[in-house]
Design a protein around this ligand. Sequence first.
Ligand code: PLP
Length: 392
Amino acid sequence: MSKSFHPPKRTLMGPGPSDVSPRVTAAMGAPTIGHLDPAFVGLMDDIKGLLQYAFRTKNKLTIPVSAPGSAGMESCFVNLLEPGDKAVVCQNGVFGGRMKENVERCGATAIMVQDDWGKPVDPNKVEEALKANPDAKLLAFVHAETSTGARSDAKALTALAHQYDALSLVDSVTGLGGIELDVDGWGIDAIYSGTQKCLSCPPGISPVSFGERAVDVIKNRKTKVQSWFLDMSLVMGYWDGTGGRTYHHTAPVNSMYGLHESLVMLAEEGLEKAWARHAYHHQALAAGIEAMGLRFVVDQEYRLPQLNSVTIPAGVEEAKVRAALLNDYNLEIGAGLGALAGKVWRIGLMGESSCKTNVLLCLGALDAVLTGMGAAINSGRAVAAANAVYKG
Ligand SMILES: *Cc1c(COP(=O)(O)O)cnc(C)c1O
């Protein structure tokens, strides 16, 4: 007979999920109530307000989609695109490729703008593509590319989209809560995120926000949205308090408790302070990584503080290192993905995971494991280099 499951206690420093605060797990353990219970309806309104704060937007259509980040991605594409439409899609890592898949599955054409993995999206190439395709309905790009650790200039790219009369559709799954993001200030038309990266919530929910221009496009569609579940015109009736709540689907009630608590924690800390915390602990980690003699994949200017891609030293069996970290230190770091598979480690400092304890644990463990394997690194310097930043 199967027994109860007791997960090991890990420190999560991969590309997500990140460490979850005990406050969030405690909130999720509260009694389940009905999803149309007036108390839950009140919670939903509060979540909307907190998400507006986190996204920096007044967009009415700002809601948590009841499914992971990939569903937020899909909800943006299926609502905004119709068969025969054209979209300019930027790819500088794994997730731009998924955007292309989404565009094509909507019966639309994807005009691809390619940049090397580890580089940000090049606004010059984007401008050329928008110029050459004046009928493009939208420009889609990834703000924080989790597969490489590169940050693209969401403000400049959104301005370009508008200059060429296209909507901007932004993936900020790893950006939200970790680096500057200003949906209204930058004029982003549609954006999606996830709970398990810098919001330090368990995975499973995807905050999305649609601006007025995007809502107009949705309202004036000629064809029905291909996905019933993700059709925003139906979901709006569920999340919009005005016309009385109608049943659309059963919200994951306890997951919403968790999201709510994590957003309360973000508001308590303050958005800008959270961004500064991510930058600070990244600095300490980077000092340690570089003191070891390891190199970053992304140039400093474009580095995401919450996702650190580090080149694997020659001759090191990277999977063995990750296994040793997991088995001996209960520490998870990420492997490379796609074009960077086998070439890099991805060290996450996202949300709750972005703290001094984790930085020092990771550097000490990596130093010890690599030294034990006889890797060509500068042994015994990493923790001191990070501590120098902390004492700074
Ligand atoms: C994690 C991630 C996603 C997908 O989110 P899931 O919750 O895994 O579905 C999409 N885009 C980016 C940039 C991500 O990091």
